[in-house]
Design a protein around this ligand. Structure first.
Ligand SMILES: *Cc1c(COP(=O)(O)O)cnc(C)c1O
Length: 460
């Protein structure tokens, strides 16, 4: 089989999978044991034809794929891939450029430069901010907080890149307390340790408590304030104007986790929730969530480009750097890397600003309809009406053990395969998260999900 026919055949497998997602079960149907039996072979001592590898791979993963790329998946915050982004992702693998330097992939370096500027414009971030395309928001946090660490310590005469953190003035990281765990892990990876984190507290609305924040800011230390644009359970947004102005009065650096929520800024319906977010010093968001590009796509933006570059840049005698082009290696925590800007470039061109706005608003409408539809069912309580695309409901038990009942119904829904929702603990109670992030989710997907839940919880 020629390479051309192998690729054509593979495209056929891919299309078949995507078509199956429209009506097939969302949940995996194969067990762990079945998957190990299907995929687990002894280490191949001799090879086989590429077409057999691909055909068998497709056959052997059958039942082991979660339908998160489809429209009836409402778990976590995952997102799918718009067609141009998926196709561009294939091309990225095909071109197989090392997107570390302009010299090893000129077109991809230029695509990244252009796409970074587009993202800042779309998200309303300062034009002078530097940026990095990372594996996800986790490494975008590491990148942005490394820049913060550099700047805050340099301001106190400490060169952290050279001297490390031993004997450095200990940095503090102030959070509301409902931050995503990737912030905690970024702090660990940067050598600050989780003891450097202080949860100042949040109000009933999940927004950071400004009075408590001000008390903590009065302690003299190199300080980062982490704010949230879209809390994972409720989609809550911190008060950016007040928090940024206050933090800056005390010389602190403000970092915003906007993994999905920053995208709400593209819609005039929701952009006021993000008023003042541009006052922060660094921001992270994802391409692989709400922009709907395939995985391996996060972004860090840093107002102080010099601090960002100082924290990330590297050099070696064999590199070719320093021309007029942007070398990605100066901004990212990786050396060799895939050209992950390419699918982002493709998604933005396919959708345009208006298409992105429409996708964001559609997801929010569907989240509202899902929560309302579920809330209208007997024995369902709405805990959080979506402010954007995230809501919470729970299932009430006759005996009052609503936590047990909620977990039971979630397990039944997941096993049923008509739709997929996940659980969470919110303010001490078990709840079902309703998260709509996929470009494909339609009104009929929403109706189908509500009907499935209705039939699975009708036994009281
Ligand atoms: C998903 C998420 C993250 C982590 O992002 P990854 O892209 O998975 O690394 C961080 N913060 C929030 C609010 C998220 O939703």
């Amino acid at each position: 089989m020629t390479r051309r026919s192998l690729l054509g055949r593979t495209a056929g497998h891919a299309a078949e999978y995507l078509e199956g997602l429209v009506s097939g079960p969302v949940a995996p149907t194969a067990s762990l044991g079945e998957l190990r039996a299907a995929l687990g072979r002894g280490l191949p001592e001799v090879g086989m034809t590429a077409e057999d590898v691909i055909d068998e791979l497709v056959r052997d993963v059958d039942g082991g794929l979660l339908g998160s790329a489809g429209g009836r998946f409402f778990g976590w915050v995952i997102g799918g891939g718009v067609p141009a982004a998926l196709a561009a992702d294939w091309l990225t693998a095909t071109w197989d450029q090392n997107a570390a330097l302009y010299a090893c992939g000129p077109a991809e370096a230029v695509i990244e430069e252009i796409t970074g500027a587009w993202l800042k414009e779309l998200l309303g971030l300062p034009a002078e901010a530097s940026f990095a395309f990372t594996t996800g928001a986790q490494m975008a946090h590491v990148t942005a907080l490394a820049a913060a660490r550099h700047r805050l310590l340099a301001d106190r005469g400490w060169d952290v890149e050279r001297r490390g953190l031993f004997q450095a003035p200990p940095p503090r990281v102030l959070c509301g307390g409902e931050q995503h765990a990737s912030i905690d892990r970024a702090v660990r990876m940067l050598g600050l340790g989780t003891d450097s984190l202080t949860a100042v507290g949040t109000g009933a609305d999940s927004r950071i408590d400004l009075e408590a924040l001000e008390r903590e800011l009065q302690i003299d230390a190199p300080t980062v304030v982490c704010l949230q644009a879209g809390e994972i359970n409720t989609g809550a947004f911190d008060p950016f104007v007040e928090a940024c102005e206050m933090a800056h009065r005390y010389g602190a650096w403000v970092h915003v986790d906007g993994a999905f929520g920053l995208w709400a800024r593209v819609s005039p319906r929701y952009s006021t929730l993000l008023d003042g977010v541009e006052l922060a010093d660094s921001w992270t968001t994802d391409g692989h969530k709400w922009l709907n590009v395939p995985f391996d796509s996060g972004f860090a933006f840093v107002r102080d480009a010099a601090a960002h570059r100082a924290a990330m840049t590297t050099s070696a005698s064999y590199l070719i750097t320093g021309g007029a082009a942007r070398d990605q290696i100066d901004w990212t925590p990786e050396w060799s890397r895939r050209g992950r800007a390419v699918p982002v470039y493709a998604a933005i061109r396919e959708l345009g600003r208006d298409g992105i706005r429409a996708m964001i608003e559609r997801c929010c409408d569907h989240a509202r309809d899902l929560v309302r539809g579920l809330g209208a069912l007997p024995g369902v309580e709405v805990l959080v009406e979506p402010a954007i695309n995230q809501g919470l409901v729970r299932f009430l038990a006759a005996d009052g053990d609503h936590d047990r009942r909620t977990d039971e119904v979630i397990a039944r829904i997941q096993a049923g395969g008509e739709a997929w929702f996940g659980g969470t603990t919110w303010k001490g109670v078990r709840a079902m998260r309703v998260s709509v992030v996929n470009w494909q989710t339609s009104s009929s997907d929403v109706a189908r999900a509500v009907a499935a839940v209705a039939s699975l919880c009708s036994d009281g």
